[in-house]
Structure formats: C-alpha cells, structure tokens
Design a binder for this molecule. Structure first.
Ligand code: PLP
Length: 442
C-alpha cells in the first residue's frame, strides 16, 4: 500500500493515543468495517468487541445511518447552532421521548467531555452551588473540566502534569473491595451512606450535583448493587442535590435498555449522552434536562453554545441510529446478552487469574488478579512499570482475530461488541479471548 509507511509512522508516533491502548505497539490500522467486523490495511478481519471506543453501537457501515448523513449533507450540511434546523429539532424531540420520566429538554454539545461540563455548568447555575461530586474509578472525559470530574487516576495524573484540574470532590464506588459488606444489599447501603457522608462533609449547600455512570464504563463495567441508586436518589432529594447520569457509554442500548438508568429504574435530573447517539459515525453529544431545570435555564437565557453542537449531519445520523436501535438492535442486544454473559462466566470458572466477570447487557469487564496475592498484576494506580499480562491477553486475542478494550485501571479486558453482534460471533470472540488467556498464563 502506497501510504502504509506514513500511516504506520503516525500510528506509532510518540504522541499517538493508540500507544496508550496497546503497550506492545501492535495497533492495527483499521480501514474498513461491516457490522461487528473491522478490517486492517492488510485485509485482516477482526471482530470488534470494543465497538471501537464502546460507541459503534449499530455496527460498522450501517447503510441507513450513512444514507441519512449523505441526504442531510446534500440538503444543507451545516446550520448555525444559533438557528433552528429540522434534523436538530426532530432529534431533540426524539431524545425527549426516549429519555426517562420528565427529562425532555435537550442541549447539544460535541463530545462526551463537553456534555459533562455543560451538565455541571447547568447544575451549578440552577443550584447556585459550586461543587460536583463524582466517584473514584470513573471516567467522565479528558478536557480541562471533565478531567477533574474523572476519578480514574491515570487520566488525572496525565492532566495534572499539564493543566491544573479543578477540585471536584470524590467518593468511593460501590465496589466490594471498597467496603466491608457481607451482601450486595449491605454493600448498597454502606456505599450510599458513604455518599451521604461526603455530601454532609462538603456541606450540602455547596454541592450542586452528584454525577456518575449508571454502570461503570472504562473503569470496569461495574453495575451498582441492588438498591444503591434508589437510596442515592433519596439522599440527593433529601439534601437538594441534583443527580446527573453520565450515559456516554451506557446510553443507546448498550446495557439492554435505552439508557443505563432505565436498567436501574431511577430518574436522574440531568442525563448526558454522546458516543452511541450517532453510533459514533460523526461526533454529537448533549444533555437531556428535567423539564423543571429546562424551564429555569430558559428563563435565565442560558446563553452558551458551540459552533458544532447539534451539527445537522450528526443529528440526521442520530435520528437514523435511534431508528435502528428501535427497529431491532436493542432487541438483539437483549437476545444475545445472556449468551455473552454465560460465555464470559466460563472464563471466571476456568482460569484462576480471572478474579471476576461483571457487567450488564453488552457491556462487560473480565477483571484479572494474581491468584496468589489477589492483587492486580500491574497496579496502574501505583504507577508500577512492571509487565502487565492483561495487556498481553488482549494482544493475544487480537492475534486470534478479536479486539477488546483495556480498562482504567488496566487490570481488565472490557467487552463491548456492537448491538448487531450474533451468538456465533460471540463464541468466536470469547474463544479468542480464552486462547489469549491460555497463551499468556499457560
Ligand atoms: N463519559 C464517559 C462515561 C466516557 O466513557 C467518556 C469517554 O470515553 C466520556 C464521558 C468522554 O467522552 P468524549 O471522549 O466524547 O469526550
């Protein structure tokens, strides 16, 4: 291929992001895709069990979405974000219909990071309070503000070296290793009480919002124990603190319903989205607001916007993607999700290096630990420079034709195929992962 050399140079350059995802430097150059499969520049096929960055929910090269984008580009590609546009208005209406309860007002952004910053700005404005609390072991974005919200130490450490982060408060995630609970119910109670403690300690009047992923995403696909979110909703109401759901990964069918909060049966005050809204075919993000907050913001003439927020081509893609999710993809996610779970649980039973398997719908994490010490092999929290066999497991699976994600911390393999995935593709990819575990640990 004529430009192979330059592509490789870019892909392996010292500033290239793929370097972070693949320490072995064997990042493929992806040039084509169809449904759940992508192809590299040498024609090698890979099952994309990361949906790239947990975002190509409708699979690759979906004709309906591509045609909607082309049609919009032919009519009028761009309309100022200060004007109305039919695709933008239609998507805003549609998002209001699929979002839970009284969440129906929409403000658009471009990326998930910006959507979270926008949500924080709105929360701080309507609550007249400065603080937003988030979890340790969370990811909310890598820009100046969203990086502060992120509780993953790798991202924070990177940001702190070049841009001071603002002091967003943090609390512990509802993970068994963070508390001393004998049952999931007890864990839910202890973890929720802890959030209340942090709110009280910060001073409830100073806390505008608690922001979290309904199911932890890149930080480990961990669902909350039963009852956690209900109690959290009560705590937020008791202290007049807004609850913001970051649905950047969990939205648009990833966990088996439109949104992650639907799988928990709770209603947030604000919901942020990005990635899957267009199946990542073009950037689009935003915030869905509870009507009450929407009214306040409208009355106050919240006069902030971005040039590319709600780009018409992206909105056309969003409308088409939502149609695809509704016309069968969410149904398929629910049909094949249990098969994925049971195949992954086999790994938990078979390999002593697999500490746990957790997740929901089509978002799963296979967490590894040293069977002797019970500790992660490579403690990225501590900045240990040692070999990390979990990265080797991913590389070995890739050599066998399946791409998986790395988590933060990097003690896990994140599994998140497009919603169009089939049971036989699941078998093939999990077999590749199992072979990767065997090749790595013997
Ligand atoms: N929120 C969550 C839960 C994410 O996983 C991400 C990105 O992975 C973001 C926010 C940031 O989104 P973006 O990369 O579009 O800025």
């Amino acid at each position: 291929m004529a430009n192979e050399g330059s592509q490789r140079a870019i892909a392996t350059g010292s500033t290239a992001i793929p370097h972070w995802y693949d320490p072995d430097g064997d990042v493929p150059t992806i040039v084509e895709g169809e449904d759940a499969t992508v192809y590299d520049d040498e024609g090698t096929a890979y099952l994309d069990f990361q949906a790239q960055l947990y975002c190509c929910n409708a699979g690759h090269s979906n004709d309906v979405i591509v045609e909607a984008m082309t049609g919009q580009a032919e009519r009028i590609p761009y309309v100022s974000s200060a004007k109305h546009n039919d695709a933008r208005s239609a998507l805003a209406r549609r998002l209001g219909e699929i979002a839970p309860g009284s969440l129906s007002d929409v403000l658009f952004a471009v990326s998930g990071s910006e959507a979270n910053e926008l949500a924080c700005g709105i929360a701080r404005r309507v609550q007249d309070a400065p603080k937003v609390l988030t979890r340790w072991q969370s990811y909310h974005g890598g820009t100046y503000g969203a990086g502060s919200l992120t509780g993953d130490p790798n991202t924070r450490a990177t940001l702190e070296r070049h841009a001071a982060t603002t002091g967003a408060g943090k609390f512990l995630p509802p993970l068994p290793e963070c508390f001393d609970a004998d049952s999931p119910e007890e864990l839910a109670e202890q973890a929720a009480d802890h959030v209340e403690f942090v709110i009280r300690n910060e001073g409830p009047d100073s806390v505008a919002a608690v922001l979290m992923e309904p199911v932890g995403g890149t930080s480990g696909a961990y669902p909350a124990p039963p009852g956690y979110f209900e109690r959290l909703r009560e705590i937020c109401d008791e202290h007049d603190v807004l609850l913001v759901a970051d649905e950047v990964i969990t939205g648009f069918g990833r966990c088996g319903e439109w949104f992650g909060v639907d799988t928990e049966g709770i209603r947030p005050d604000l919901l942020t989205f990005a990635k899957g809204v267009t199946s990542a075919y073009v950037p689009l993000a935003g915030v869905v607001l509870d009507d009450r907050i929407g009214e306040t913001i409208r009355a106050e003439e919240f006069d902030l916007g971005q040039t590319f927020a709600g780009h018409p081509v992206a909105c056309a893609a969003g409308l088409a993607a939502i149609g695809e999710y509704e016309d069968g993809l969410i149904g398929n996610a629910n049909a094949v999700g249990p098969h994925l779970e049971s195949r992954l649980r086999e790994l938990e039973d078979r390999y002593e290096e697999v500490r746990t398997v957790r997740g929901r719908g089509l978002l799963w994490s296979v967490v590894f630990a040293d069977p002797v010490t019970g500790e992660p092999f490579h403690d990225s929290f501590a900045g240990d420079e040692g070999e990390n066999p979990v990265a080797a497991v991913r590389s070995a699976a890739q050599e066998r034709g399946a791409l998986f994600g790395g988590g933060r911390p990097d003690d896990q393999v994140i599994v998140s195929p497009p919603l169009c995935v089939t049971e036989s593709e699941i078998d093939e990819a999990v077999d590749a992962l199992a072979a990767g575990v065997e090749a790595t640990f013997g």
